[in-house]
Ligand binder design. Sequence first.
Ligand code: SF4
Ligand code: SF4
Length: 387
Amino acid sequence: MAQPTPQHDLDRAAGIEVTDTFEPFAQRNDIFTRAFWDPAVRTARTDAFFASYRMEASPRRGDGFSQRDFALRNASWLISDIMTDRFAEDGRREGFQAAISADTPVAPVQMEIDDKRDMSREIKKIARFFKADLCGITAIDPRWHYSSRVDVRDLSDAPNDLPDDLTSVIVLGHEMDAELVDTYPAATGGAATGRAYSQEAATVMQLAAYIRNLGYEAVPSMNDTALVIPYALKAGLGEYARNQMVITPEFGPRLRFSKIFTSLPLAHDTPKPRGVRAFCDICTKCAEACPVKALPFGPPEVGGNNVSALKGVRKWTSDAEKCFGFWAKLASDCAICMRVCPFNRDFSRWSQRLWLRLALSPLRRLALWLDRNRGGRTKPSDWWSAP
Ligand code: SF4
Ligand code: SF4
């Protein structure tokens, strides 16, 4: 029998179960890339979905889908879009299908690091200065890196190379606007997503530039290069949930994650299991609320029934084709499963922190019962008219 290794211990603490059938993920199989090459995903609707981000497709009728709603959503994405499009002609759609290029060189003189823990504290302080809401640090783990990236000129596989001397991953969390998230599904909800991506583009580029100025390698990354969820779990930022999201004690599931691969000597955080898994075991609110039933109701399983599922890891896995099919129908992203989640609360309030303690205790069924009337949708027109 194989002996447990420190890697296994870390995986177990992070709630990650990797089996013998594990395969690294090829980025061409993510649902957004498949929307360009896979006839099983690509339709006139998915083309219209992407065109709507350029204000080219006609807005749908209805509250939350008017021209001003799409205007807000698309303006929210602008900074991310500018960064992403810089080298698209070279086949690199950075931040999504390629790591973000360095805009500044690594300084020729390397600052001496006496204490890795002090350096980690400093990086977390600077991450906050550059507007990250959460920051955790873990070791490089090549299992989560894409086996290949995608050259967007012809959608061929391209090498997913990183410099050799990288040792750590700095994982950053970016809160999404709570009031806009409450309007999902609507283009106004998509504005919460776009603003978070624009913020993360600025944050990872600036924090990586700071590290390069200290004389160390730093590669900023958003959805590209590696799966961020296992890194966020191992960096102790939260726990994996049935809705495919990382639930954090600060913002519940209401955030996006980015990362920086670096050679800067840093102390690493450890996973912090608090009890989200046990809560998801008794709760199916997200799966019930999903309009296309793309989320599982049962326990975590190995693999999934579609091309976009990660192979060989026991976890809750969505039906990405059903999910993205609904996004295409809306011409906007959907996060109903984020909105209705009982952990989608304002934990800066003591009453909500009290609920959190209850939810993560053996009294979790009481916490779920107390949540029974929450998670309703705010009408986008009410968001617009609110003072
Ligand atoms: S994003 Fe929407 S469609 Fe996709 S799993 Fe969540 S609720 Fe379902
Ligand atoms: S809605 Fe319930 S089951 Fe779904 S992620 Fe949130 S707590 Fe877990």
